[in-house]
Each structure stands twice: as C-alpha cells, then as structure tokens.
Design a protein around this ligand. Structure first.
Ligand code: COA
Length: 566
C-alpha cells in the first residue's frame, strides 16, 4: 500500500518508548521462508527479503517477552522524566499561570504532527543526590506552520531551569543537529542560567555555555533562523539567547532579560529595582528594543512564535521522488527476532526487512565479506545505503564497506548503519592480511563520507568496530540505540582478562562497573546517543531523521576522501 508523506507525518511519533503509536494499515502477504530459495546467497540477491521467522517458536516467544519487559522499564523511566521537576515546583509553576514545558511544545507545534524528542533520559542518575529529569531541557524536532524546526525548551521546574553540564551538552547537541540539517531553531527560554555549584563544568571550556551563543551567531550567519520566546528568566549569560536571536517574543510580567538580577545589581551599584522594571517585557519591547513582540501569556507567545515561523519564507522539505510501500514483514516482530541476549546472533536481513520500504533490498556484493551486509533500499521513498553488521569485521568486509560507502557518496545516497559489532578480527592471520590498514579504509570512508549518516545501535558497539560503523565520533546526523544495546571498549570478561594479563588483580567490582557502564541507560544519560527507541520504531524514527536531513537548502556536497592506505 503506497502511503503519502503527509499521512506518515500525521502518525504520532515519538522516540520516547512509552508512546507506542499506531501503525498504518498494511497488507502483509503470505510469508515466504528462506527455504523457498535455492540457497541463502540466492535469497540474499533477490530484492524482496524473505523471512524465516516463526512467531510461534519458543525462542521467538522468549525473545519477545524479554525485549518487551525492557521496553516497559524504559517506558516507565521516560514517563517519569516527562513529568519534569518535583510536584512542588510544578505546582508553583502552574500557579504562576505558566504552561509546563511539554504543554508549551504541544501548543507550539502543528496539530496532528509528530514531535521527535531527543535524549529524553539525559541526566538519568548522573549527579549523585540530584535528579535532573531530561537534563532539565527538552529538545526535539517538531513541525511548526509546516516547517520542521529544532525546539529547545528549558524546564524551569528542574532547579529553576538552570544549566547543569548535561543541560549544556544537550542544548549544544540540539544546535548541532539544527546546523547540520539546516533546521530553524525555536528557543523557549525559562532559565536561571548557569547552575552555579557546577560552574567549573559549564562555564569556560569550548563546548560549555558560551558555545550556545557562538552557535546562534554562526547559524544566523548561515541563514538558519533563530527565534526566541522569553517565558521566564534569562539571567546573565542566558540573556544572550534572546538577544542573539533573529526575532524575540517576551511574555509580559513573566519573562525577564537582564545581565544581572536585582540582588546582584543592589550589591554592585546599590540600585534597588524590581525584576520587571529591570528587564521585563514592557521595558524590552517598548524601551530597550531587546525584544520584538510582547505577549500577554504563554499561549499568546506561542501563537506569535508560530507567526514568526510562517514569515520565514523557509524552503520546504522536498518530497521523495517515489511512492513507497510499508515493509512486508511487521516491525513489531523485531522484539521476538532480536531479544535482549547479545550473545545470540542478530539476523540482520530479518531486521532490514522490517525497516525498509516493501522489505525490498538490493544487496551489494552478497557473496563477498559477508560479515558486513551492504545494499540499497528506500525508506519512505527516499534512497538509502544500508551498512549492517553480520559478524566480526574482517579485511574483506571492511574493504566491501569502504567500497559501498564510496558508491553512496558518489550517488548522494544517505547511509544507514545498523551496528552490532564486537570489533575487527584479531590474530596473526588477520594481521598478516592487513586488517589494520583495511579496517582503516572503512574508518576513513565513514569519517569522510559527506552524505547524511544515521546510526542505530541494535546490539553491541565495541572496540574500533564502533568507529568503522559510524559511532558518535563519526558525526552521524542522528544516533539511536535499542534498549538492549551495549556500548564499551570490550565486554567485562574480556576487559578483566586483559587487566589480569597486565598483572592487575581484578575483583567483581570492576566487572560490575564495566557491566553498568556498558548499559544503554548509562550511555543515554550521558548523551552518547540521541535517544533509546523500541526496535519497532526504528523505521519511523529513521524516516523523520531523513526528512530532517533533506530539509532546508542542502547543497549537495562532494565527498573528498583522505588517503586510503593500499
Ligand atoms: N544554580 C543552582 N541552583 C539554582 C540556581 C542556580 N543559579 N538558581 C536557582 N537554583 C535552585 C534553587 O536553589 C532551588 O533549589 P531547590 O528546589 O532545591 O530549593 C531551585 O533551583 C528553584 O529555585 P527557586 O528560586 O525556588 O525558584 P523560582 O522559580 O522562584 O526562581 C530563578 C528561579 C532561577 C529565577 C531564581 O532561583 C534565580 O534568580 N536564581 C539565580 C539566577 C542567577 O543569578 N543565575 C546566575 C547565572 S550566571
């Protein structure tokens, strides 16, 4: 069944696990199994991927049960984080006539469209004795007046919306996504500025607070609109968010912008002045000119923000060239296929079949370097090149990966990496075969590829395999993880063995710590990803990422590769 892009956009989509959204109606044809084909190789080359999955098997049932209990756990954590700060702070917030941060975003975005929230579990158990739900800031991609925008909204119920180190990191990551994808930025500002006890970790370094304003200036200079809505305090450094925006709205008798608040002014100059007189909406809209529009309340301010976006005359996202079909095989089956035990092999063809249009896949070099699957497909009608692990990376698979990435760059085809990698092959044979230089070719290709890249960590993300498969350091436009994924240099057993080999006594404490540090919650709390998604949401989330990447006036960039060591 061909679906229109609009119909898909109307799907409620969120990367928060607790929101399980309706799937569009699909026609699922009778199953064909791999056995229908003469050989697995033959099956692999036929473009419609067959399935060998038996939903009645014990393994499938066990896998589905373990994955759904993990998804439920994450769902619960997402729901908790979405509440924001403590009840007392939320009540105070509402009593002031202010809307809660997520209600603001709902009012800002077009009805019936999706808001793709990013890193909703940032800050989870990050600071001892301090809870910072969602890192104190909500970021994500939403549609406003038909334009895809990056929304960055402080949650002032979390310690007055002040910036912890993770808040700064999340704000800057949102700006990075906006810059790479040329998304207009909407800042809903309601923050006391730097979280002072953490000042050393938020103030001076390159990617600290100052970078936010640097990014605003640079994006504005690149023609990426910057719009602010002042809905609470913007104190000290925070005053530069509205002051460096292209257009700024302020809520009267609620929003304030000043370099120093009344207590500091009194201490510095002896002057006694109220916050409203010092930097309120009327002053800034009528006298100083720091703000451009005065709103009577939150709801009015958000209407004005929508109007600002409607006046941008911003290029709209080009629609895909072709109609598309939903996958032939149900994405909800991914839970039962994959499970949570990473010692089990993940059948990547089955995974790809539940992500791409019509489960249709033109596999490239299926008979060579088969521990890496490469091939062409479409996602919601947009072409993509898939690079997926199917075992350890050998010289052959690395060379094949580098070759395929070159093809995609030459053809301007975005790349989707499905990561389940324990690393490159080790040992004498591998070294003799030049695994170091061949692996390096893959890493070079990934690093230099100037097409949009997307990474989904579906299993392990270990060792240099993380690099070769477009880990965070390789600047994928988005990186999402599945609930059972694990990210670490190596597993606890291997790490302990290495430490013992270099003469260190290893106790269970170290093993437990490595286990905890490899967990998806540890990773997402630190913003090593853009969020944890249930496997069944992968197609939708990638679709929205692709839409974002195709937006703005993205000029096609020619990839220039570095030296490939032969
Ligand atoms: N750093 C760390 N914590 C801060 C903070 C800051 N800059 N500002 C406020 N907090 C904490 C408060 O201690 C309080 O913590 P608690 O809930 O554990 O008691 C919580 O945030 C809420 O503050 P509160 O003053 O009760 O809430 P409010 O909504 O009435 O006011 C502010 C919020 C941000 C307007 C107000 O606290 C303020 O003006 N803070 C100072 C801002 C400042 O000067 N920042 C300098 C930036 S360089």
């Amino acid at each position: 069944m061909a679906c229109s892009v609009l119909a898909r956009r109307a799907l409620r989509l969120s990367i928060r696990c607790h929101a399980i959204h309706p799937q569009p109606q699909r026609l699922i044809p009778a199953r064909r199994t791999a056995a229908t084909y003469a050989s697995p190789h033959q099956a692999a080359q036929i473009s419609e991927i067959p399935t060998a999955v038996d939903p009645n098997s014990q393994t499938y049932q066990d896998n589905a049960a373990s994955m759904s209990s993990l998804v439920e756990k994450l769902s619960h954590l997402h729901a908790q984080a979405a509440q924001g700060g403590p009840e007392k702070a939320r009540t105070k917030h509402r009593e002031r006539g202010k809307m809660l941060v997520r209600d603001r975003i709902t009012a800002l975005t077009d009805p019936g469209t999706s808001f793709m929230e990013l890193s909703a579990l940032a800050g989870h158990e990050l600071y001892e004795g301090e809870e910072v739900p969602a890192g104190g800031i909500v970021t994500g991609i939403g549609t406003v007046e038909g334009t895809m925008c990056m929304i960055v909204a402080n949650d002032s119920t979390v310690k007055g919306g002040t910036y912890y180190p993770i808040t700064v990191k999340k704000h800057i990551r949102a700006q990075e996504i906006a810059q790479q994808n040329r998304l207009p930025c909407l800042y809903l500002v309601d923050s006391g500025g730097a979280n002072l006890p953490h000042q050393a970790d938020v103030f001076p370094d390159r990617d600290h607070f100052g970078r936010i304003f640097f990014n605003q200036a640079r994006m504005s200079s690149q023609g990426i609109p910057q719009i602010s809505v002042v809905m609470g305090p913007c104190t000290a450094g925070g005053a530069y968010v509205p002051s460096m925006s292209d257009e700024t709205i302020i809520v009267q008798e609620q929003g304030t912008v000043f370099l120093a608040g009344p207590p500091l002014v009194k201490a510095a100059t002896g002057e006694e002045v109220s916050a409203e007189e010092l930097g309120g909406g009327k002053l800034h809209s009528e006298v100083s000119g720091v703000t451009d529009y005065l709103a009577v309340d939150d709801a009015h301010a958000l209407v004005l923000a929508r109007r600002c976006i409607s006046n941008l005359n911003y290029p709209s996202i080009p629609p895909p060239n072709k109609a598309f079909k939903e996958p032939l095989h149900d994405p909800a089956e991914l839970d039962g296929i994959v499970g949570t035990n990473l010692k089990q092999n993940i059948p990547m063809h089955e995974v790809i079949a539940r992500i791409v249009d019509g489960s249709s896949f033109s596999e490239f070099k299926p008979l060579y370097g088969s521990t890496l699957i490469t091939g062409f497909a479409t996602l919601y009608g947009r072409p993509v090149g898939i690079v997926a692990n199917n075992g350890i990376l050998f010289s052959e698979s690395s060379l094949k990966g580098a070759h395929f990435i070159q093809l995609c760059c030459q053809r301007q085809i975005p790349l989707v990496f499905l990561q389940n990698i324990s690393g490159f092959m080790v040992g004498q044979d591998a070294e003799k075969g030049g695994i170091a230089k061949n692996g390096a070719k893959l890493v070079t290709a990934v690093a230099c590829a100037d097409v949009p890249k997307f990474t989904v960590v579906v299993g392990s993300s270990a060792g240099a395999g993380n690099y070769g498969m477009c880990g965070r350091a390789y600047s994928p436009r988005f990186l999402w993880t599945w609930p059972s994924a694990k990210t670490s240099v190596m597993g606890p057993e291997q790490l302990s063995a290495v430490m013992e080999a270099v003469g260190k006594k290893v106790d269970t404490g170290l093993r437990d710590r490595i286990e905890r540090e490899s967990d998806v919650l540890f990773a997402t709390a630190r913003l090593w990803d853009d969020g944890v998604i249930p496997p069944s949401h992968t197609r939708q989330v990638l679709g929205m990422g692709l839409d974002a990447a195709c937006g703005g006036s993205v000029e096609s960039k020619e990839t220039k590769f570095g030296v490939f060591r032969m």
